[in-house]
Design a protein around this ligand. Structure first.
Ligand SMILES: Nc1ncnc2c1ncn2[C@@H]1O[C@H](COP(=O)(O)OP(=O)(O)O)[C@@H](O)[C@H]1O
Ligand SMILES: O=C(O)C1=C[C@@H](OP(=O)(O)O)[C@@H](O)[C@H](O)C1
Ligand SMILES: [Mg+2]
Length: 188
């Protein structure tokens, strides 16, 4: 369990979680722009470090190595930074240490999508998500619902069904600003 250091809420990192394909990378970038913050996409950072795409990391080094690096990268980043918008990969929140560091130091936003809507995203992401390869739709559905248990731990949930990325990003910004004003109101 990481220590619960009091970071002013306006300075906390904003972390986006949720199932693969729900829009964490796309929407995280927009939220960062709207709040004038730096954006960190954990998968993109890992790809830059290994200099190969995630699919190749899975193939050449294996999922175990990816998960170890992913966990360490997130724990370090969340412990050492403030004022960032960070999009995690969909499997990252399954690590207990990742959940602990995110929930103690960041504002965690869960992007949710119904199974029916998510199925329409599948063709867009199937080739770039190794976890989905060689699986039946029933097997993917099982993972989709199983992972909801981990995602249930969050600070705020946004249902993204039928909403374009801009609208989702606007509603995240609105909800964050509300939390800022509630818990750390500006003093004149
Ligand atoms: N709100 C949305 N509506 C429609 N398509 C979306 C939305 N958000 C993301 N997408 C599309 O879904 C795919 C996966 O998005 P991405 O941001 O990579 O998701 P994640 O990071 O959660 O895996 C991309 O092709 C993206 O353009
Ligand atoms: O859910 C997962 O296990 C994964 C999700 C991916 O990220 P996105 O959630 O951004 O697709 C990426 O980290 C990797 O392919 C594994
Ligand atoms: Mg992503």
């Amino acid at each position: 369990m990481s220590e619960n250091i009091e970071i002013p809420i306006r300075e906390k990192n904003i972390v986006l979680i949720g199932f693969m394909g729900v829009g964490k990378t796309t929407i995280g970038k927009l939220v960062a722009q709207k709040l004038y913050r730096d954006f960190i996409d954990v998968d993109e950072e890992i790809e830059k470090i290994y200099k190969i795409p995630i699919t190749q990391i899975f193939k050449e080094l294996g999922e175990k190595e990816f998960r170890k690096f992913e966990k360490e990268f997130i724990v370090n980043t969340c412990s050492q930074t403030k004022l960032k918008v960070i999009s995690l990969g969909g499997g990252a929140f399954l690590h207990e240490e990742v959940r602990n560091v995110c929930l103690s130091r960041c504002i965690v936003i869960y992007l949710d999508l119904s199974w029916e809507s998510w199925k329409e995203r599948l063709p867009l992401i199937i080739d770039s998500r190794p976890v989905l390869q060689n699986k039946t739709l029933e097997e993917i559905e099982e993972i989709f619902f199983k992972r909801r248990e981990a995602y249930a731990l969050h600070n705020s949930k946004i249902c993204t069904n039928d909403l374009p990325p801009e609208t989702v990003a606007d509603s995240i910004v609105e909800s964050i600003k509300m939390a800022w004003d509630l818990y750390q109101p500006h003093r004149e």
